[in-house]
Write a protein that binds this ligand. Structure first.
Ligand code: CAA
Length: 258
């Protein structure tokens, strides 16, 4: 795990932490950095001891976007033939919950990376935005799609067309982030949430994440049906029996993750 050039990883009990670590480039998301995130995420997905994952940056920057120096000279053919940015979406195949703990800049691809996670918790100095318009391009990693779902069309359109930033308080008010905490408390607060999630049955947690995420893709009728089917399938698990029996017997459940 220590062969990474662009990230740091650690385990704190049942929680894995991935820290973006290209300080000189404000954690600009180069191909190498995204590749390492994917390797680390896959490793934690496969690690039975890990129940949830935090991804974070530095106090100054979560990530200042895709790496402009890496993209600047690319031709259309380079972008198209290499299916540029496609590998970013590997993150959305991770089935354990991912919390983005965001301090400082989360711009362009940095905002998009945070939005690919399941929960965004912001430090009070966090800044969100999609400034691609200023570079003569557009968001390329879900910004035009996920921001509109998070904060609605008018706010999303204004941010994307002006390139203006959203501060942490406004991001919370708009529904982009779940909560704002003092910058120096960010990791502790994210850890508390991650640890609570990791204390539940992993199989139930993954079913829950998958079902909530299906609301992005499905219409209401299909989504409700999918939810009910997954709800039914929890009755095939040991942990549903254990959870309900523990409640009835007034004791704490002990999950087997199956
Ligand atoms: N790519 C590459 N390098 C970047 C970078 C990026 N996105 N953001 C910052 N850096 C580099 C700077 O070039 C600078 O490097 P040098 O010291 O070698 O010059 C270093 O990080 C520090 O940056 P600044 O000196 O600019 O720091 P600042 O505090 O003055 O400003 C900032 C901070 C406002 C975030 C500014 O760096 C900035 O505007 N960055 C670009 C933000 C941006 O446009 N992001 C969108 C990228 S496009 C995209 O993400 C496409 C997509 O949808 C996937």
């Amino acid at each position: 795990t220590s062969n990474y050039q662009n990230i740091l990883t650690e385990k704190r009990g049942r929680v894995a932490i991935i820290t973006l670590n290209r300080p000189k480039a404000l954690n600009a998301l180069s191909d190498g950095l995204i590749g390492e995130i994917n390797i680390a995420m896959k490793q934690f997905q496969d690690d039975k001891d890990i129940g949830s994952i935090i991804i974070t940056g530095s106090e100054k920057a979560f990530a200042a976007g895709a790496d402009i120096k890496e993209m600047e000279k690319k031709t259309f053919a380079d972008a198209y033939n290499g299916d540029m940015l496609a590998q970013w979406h590997d993150l959305t195949t991770i089935r354990k919950p991912i919390i983005a703990a965001v301090n400082g800049y989360a711009l362009g691809g940095g905002c998009e990376l945070a939005m690919m996670c399941d929960i965004i918790i912001a430090g009070d100095k966090a800044v969100f935005g999609q400034p691609e318009i200023k570079l003569g391009t557009i968001p390329g990693c879900g910004g035009t799609q996920r921001l509109i779902r998070a904060i609605g069309k008018s706010k999303a359109m204004e941010l994307i067309l002006t390139g203006n930033n959203l501060n942490a308080v406004d991001a919370e008010r708009a529904g982009l982030v779940s909560r704002v905490v003092p910058a120096e408390e960010l990791i502790n607060e994210a850890l508390k949430t991650a640890d609570k999630i990791a204390s539940y049955s992993q199989v139930t947690v993954s079913m829950c994440k998958e079902t909530v995420n299906s609301a992005y893709e499905l219409n209401l009728r299909e989504g409700i049906k999918f939810e009910r089917r997954i709800f039914h399938s929890t009755f095939a698990t040991h942990d549903q029996k254990e959870g309900m029996n523990a409640f009835v017997e007034k004791r704490s459940p002990s999950w087997l993750n199956k």
